[in-house]
Ligand binder design. Structure first.
Ligand code: HEC
Ligand code: HEC
Ligand code: HEC
Ligand code: HEC
Length: 496
């Protein structure tokens, strides 16, 4: 310090120092400004510097990836199989193997053959082709079990085919006829308009369901769209009439009771139960409907808020497109709003799930038992008139069980509503058992206490007269002979 003031050049040095300071300041400011500009430019380039022009329905996500590498790279991570939370994750698990009671619950329906916990969007085609629920004619004594409607939530090739054929003709085609056409798993063209990149609704079923209740999906806000793109698939639906027209049963509302009233009014059943002969409903996965009722839905959050957290990379902010359990990134998914620790947030989620599973684990075996006892009552000579109210209870109990359980996220998304639904399911399953006691009594019998051994998937499948080994052998033949031809045809046509 002393040097500056004792020196005759002092003021001069001070002058230089000030000038230098200002100059450095200016340079720094200029640098910051430049960096801000490049950041802006980089963000803007997401939209401006397109490498390829995409028009029409481009089902191949890798082509979009040339314009949007960050979103593409995170989307491609839906192929990962490396994460497991307490109850979920991206690893495929054999749900029937873990809970064989479900084989009884779905007896006579394709789900009793095979049901696995979901993996990421990367696998939608592979898993549908692989499951024992689908089959093609020409292999063993298999028939084409499913209509093309089944492809609806699996691929952006679906809107492409619907554009070509019209929705009516698409849905009523046989499932296997679309094998060479539908080859790309859920991707960019399912949710985005290729030119504006705006979120968009590509599935007629959602558009039509909104129209019927007097809502225009094109008027949805951006925040609503961040859920509605998911609601194209993660909802309750059924295949209407002989044309198997994909329909969302929302005309009376979105609650379990509203949809049940809709199905009852349409005299609709998905199948007749192989043991109890009850007219059954298969709930799909009403994730969106239940989410709306829960605390986060009520506060206006959307699916993307937790399942597509923002990521910052080189100053660019973008949405993580690896749709996976939010517990794999609590900081990005939860702590943007909550101050609780990661351990506390995970504990809260697990608490909701544990408590709900207590009810589910009571309901599943009681409902399976009620179906088996009904079969025993039929064998003991019970009449359809006697069994009608019991079959009705079975239909209602199972609709409640499936609605709460098939929506995998519901224990967290809407804990109170899901608990309510499963409690009513348990109540109705036990009411059915009580009513069965009267039926056995009327036929001079004690209610049977010896029940069959259904403790493994294989034992349960044999009990409902299925031959899993034969199904597996047929599936292997199908994978070895027919599927390669589908892929070859699709590749030759440049569709993959
Ligand atoms: C075109 C239909 C479709 C759309 C749109 C869709 N999904 Fe999915 N999703 C599926 C299917 C089918 C699976 C099951 C895939 C499998 O197991 O092969 C799935 C699986 C998942 C899984 C489980 C995967 C895992 O690794 O845990 C999550 C989470 C998920 N979807 C969230 C979402 C969210 C959030 C949205 C909206 C941003 C969305 N999905 C949009 C069809 C769709
Ligand atoms: C299941 C639906 C879904 C799929 C599939 C999907 N996106 Fe997105 N995408 C979204 C949502 C939701 C947002 C957030 C939009 C918002 O906040 O306005 C988004 C945002 C974007 C954005 C805007 C910038 C950003 O990251 O927030 C781009 C670009 C984008 N996606 C590209 C893609 C590309 C490329 C693919 C395919 C590799 C793809 N998306 C697949 C739902 C999807
Ligand atoms: C507030 C955050 C949040 C929002 C918003 C949210 N979820 Fe979830 N979701 C979760 C959590 C937490 C789980 C449980 C994850 C676990 O146990 O690993 C979950 C689970 C899921 C699962 C099951 C995942 C699997 O591997 O089986 C699906 C599917 C799902 N959510 C879809 C959706 C859809 C569709 C929406 C919008 C309608 C949505 N979620 C909105 C937090 C959220
Ligand atoms: C965009 C902000 C936001 C995000 C992201 C978010 N939450 Fe929330 N969360 C809320 C709001 C708002 C409420 C309701 C608070 C209230 O009503 O007091 C809430 C409520 C909750 C509750 C109490 C629910 C109840 O039954 O009342 C839990 C538990 C919770 N959040 C956990 C999570 C977890 C776990 C995640 C990440 C997977 C998450 N939240 C992500 C905003 C968010």
């Amino acid at each position: 310090m002393g040097i500056l003031y004792s020196n005759k050049y002092g003021p001069w040095i001070i002058g230089i120092a000030i000038s230098l300071g200002v100059a450095i300041g200016v340079v720094v400011l200029a640098l910051i400004a430049a960096s801000v500009t490049t950041r802006r430019a980089e963000t803007a380039s997401i939209f401006n510097n397109k490498k390829v022009d995409i028009t029409g329905i481009e089902a191949r996500s890798r082509i979009w990836g040339e314009n949007y590498p960050r979103e593409y790279e995170t989307w491609a991570k839906t192929s990962n199989m490396d994460y497991k939370s307490k109850y979920h994750g991206n690893i495929q698990q054999d749900a029937l193997g873990e809970r064989p009671d479900m084989v009884i619950l779905w007896a006579g329906y394709a789900f009793a053959r095979d049901y696995k916990a979901p993996r990421g969007h990367w696998y939608t085609i592979e898993d549908m082709v692989n499951t024992l629920r689908t089959a093609a004619p020409g292999v063993g004594d298999q028939t084409d079990l499913q209509p093309a409607t089944c492809w609806s939530c699996k691929s952006p090739d679906v809107p492409r085919m619907i554009e070509q054929l019209g929705a009516t003709d698409f849905y009523k085609s046989p499932w296997s006829s679309m094998g060479p056409q539908i080859v790309n798993s859920v991707g960019c063209a399912d949710c985005h308009d290729p030119v504006s990149m705006d979120l968009t609704i590509t599935r007629p079923a959602l558009r039509e369901a909104f129209q019927r209740i007097g809502r225009d999906v094109d008027k949805a806000t951006n925040q609503e769209m961040r859920s509605l793109v998911c609601a194209q698939c993660h909802v309750e639906y059924y295949f209407q009439g002989d044309g198997k027209y994909l329909t969302f049963p929302w005309d009376k509302g979105f609650s379990l009771e509203d949809m049940e009233a809709y199905y009852d009014e349409h005299d609709y059943k998905d199948w007749v139960h192989a043991l109890s002969k009850a007219p059954m409903l298969k709930a799909q996965h009403p994730d969106w409907e239940l989410f709306l009722i829960g605390p986060h839905g009520q506060k206006g959050l959307s699916c993307a808020d937790c399942h597509m957290p923002y990521v910052s990379e080189g100053g660019v902010k973008f949405s993580n497109h690896q749709l996976v359990s939010p517990l794999s990134d609590v900081a990005g998914s939860c702590q943007v709003c909550h101050r609780d620790s990661e351990a506390d947030l995970i504990r809260l989620v697990n608490d909701y799930q544990d408590k709900l599973l207590e009810t589910r684990n009571r309901l599943e075996p009681e409902l399976a038992k009620a179906h088996i006892l009904t079969k025993m009552a039929i064998d003991a000579g019970a009449t359809d008139d006697e069994l009608q109210p019991i079959r009705n209870l079975l239909r209602q109990a199972q609709w409640r069980w499936d609605f709460g359980v098939a929506s995998h996220g519901a224990p967290f998304h809407a804990p109170v509503e899901t608990q309510r639904i499963l409690s009513h399911g348990l109540d109705k399953a036990l009411q059915a058992q009580l009513a069965l006691k009267d039926v056995f009594y009327a036929h001079g019998m004690e209610t049977p206490t010896e029940l069959p051994d259904i403790s493994t998937k294989e034992k349960a499948q044999l009990f409902v007269n299925m031959n899993p080994e034969k199904l597996k052998a047929d599936k292997q033949e199908f994978m070895a002979t027919i599927v390669p031809k589908w892929l070859e045809e699709a590749r030759a046509a440049g569709r993959i």
